[in-house]
Write a new protein. Structure first.
Length: 411
């Protein structure tokens, strides 16, 4: 075990501010994964595949159109203040949903509205959170901090679905949403301790127009061929591969003919796989061509999803999504670490927001996949996505293969 677990990955925890931030977000991610499971299952239970598609589309469109302004805001304003505002807004939407659950009322318009607001907030929250974390540690530990944060997020993705599944099975919908609301309080409390390092003179204080700031971030990405390739690869994984996770409640409900407990088991299997995948990515020895490893993981990810679609019983389905979760977590953590390590601090918020566009696009593709599963069937919809993903991976094989000179030192 000690050979597999490199204790050096925990080095960022020696920094007090990062330790507070990491611990608070660990608890918050626990609540978020509980919320996601409850929201998706209730949408399917109350409104079917159309309901799942509606809430996913609402989240994705709001996040996609606000992502670039969110990244620019992170680079222009005090990141701690931006993060405090977004976390407070998350808390308010969670309270509204909890009050609705107390009356056992889940109209589709309300579920879509809450998810849409959360998508908008997330567009500003993710860049602020990511860049604020980077301010709490020395530059040489940025990649380690991002991998450690990803590891914690995947760990809570195991416990959150289990808790959510138990609460839904017992009929305590309001508790699932109320618990999510409560988990934002430690994050807000941690901001009383977190200050961040002082920025370079003039950084974040420029008052250039917002659209100019966004254009600077996009231009930087276009100039760097490796960044462009990493973002294209990430887009293929997110848009064509990750919808399988959104479709899990439909798979449990229609293919396995199962209930919320089985859906929770599948979601927990994804989270458990993600935990081990993130742990493996953080502890791999340095490699000279990490792009080749990313390509291989992408192919393994596609294969795992195909096995999942062909699984007639929950045991094989759980094993397949465990493998898919492991591959996707390793890819996201590794790709994210490469993006962060080769981007100057003054541009990290905008580059993170460009990367975050994939989350909004994922929600749109997942919504379309939900409608496709509703009208033409889940197996056919999932197979079409897999074929497109494999075709994109073949196209990206050569440019990915040459990535590695500068990035390898940080992994």
């Amino acid at each position: 075990m000690t050979a597999f677990l490199n204790l050096a990955m925990f080095a960022p925890l020696r920094h007090r501010q990062f330790r507070w931030m990491w611990g608070a977000n660990l608890f918050s991610n626990f609540g978020t994964s509980t919320y996601v499971l409850a929201m998706n299952w209730i949408a399917v239970r109350e409104h079917g595949g159309v309901g799942l598609g509606a809430i996913t589309l609402a989240y994705g469109l709001a996040q996609f159109f606000c992502q670039l302004p969110g990244g620019a805001a992170s680079d222009r304003f005090n990141r701690r203040l931006v993060f405090a505002i977004t976390e407070t807004c998350f808390l308010l939407t969670a309270i509204v949903l909890t009050l609705s659950a107390l009356d056992n009322r889940f109209p589709l318009w309300l579920l879509a509205l809450i998810n849409g607001l959360n998508g908008l907030i997330s567009a500003f929250d993710t860049p602020a959170r990511t860049t604020l974390i980077n301010e709490l540690i020395p530059p040489e530990e940025v990649a380690l901090a991002q991998e450690l944060y990803g590891l914690a997020a995947n760990a809570t993705s195991v416990l959150g679905p289990i808790l959510g599944g138990v609460l839904l099975h017992l009929g305590h919908d309001a508790l699932a949403f109320g618990f999510n609301a409560a988990t934002f309080l430690p994050v807000l409390a941690s901001l009383l301790v977190v200050r961040g390092h002082a920025r370079a003179e003039g950084e974040g204080k420029k008052r250039t127009p917002l659209w100019v700031s966004i254009r600077e971030g996009l231009a930087y990405v276009r100039r760097d061929a490796a960044l462009t390739t990493l973002l294209r690869f990430l887009a293929a994984i997110m848009i064509l591969g990750m919808p399988y996770q959104t479709l899990l409640p439909l798979f449990a409900h229609r293919v396995l003919r199962a209930g919320s407990a089985e859906f929770a088991a599948l979601s927990a299997a994804v989270g458990l796989g993600g935990f081990f995948g993130a742990l493996a990515a953080a502890n791999l020895p340095p490699v000279s061509r990490p792009g080749r490893w990313l390509w291989g993981l992408g192919l393994a990810f596609a294969s795992s999803i195909f096995l999942y679609t062909q699984s007639p019983v929950i045991h094989w389905a759980s094993l397949s999504v465990f493998l898919a979760g492991a591959c996707s977590a390793a890819i996201l953590n590794w790709d994210g670490a490469l993006l962060q390590s080769r981007t100057p601090p003054a541009l990290r918020g905008r580059v993170t927001s460009v990367s975050g566009l994939n989350k909004g696009a994922l929600s749109v593709s997942a919504a379309l996949a939900s409608y496709g599963a509703h009208y033409i069937g889940l197996p056919l919809t999932q197979t079409a996505l897999i074929v497109c993903m494999i075709g994109t991976l073949i196209w990206l094989r050569s440019p990915l293969g040459v990535i590695g000179a500068e990035e390898a030192n940080s992994l």
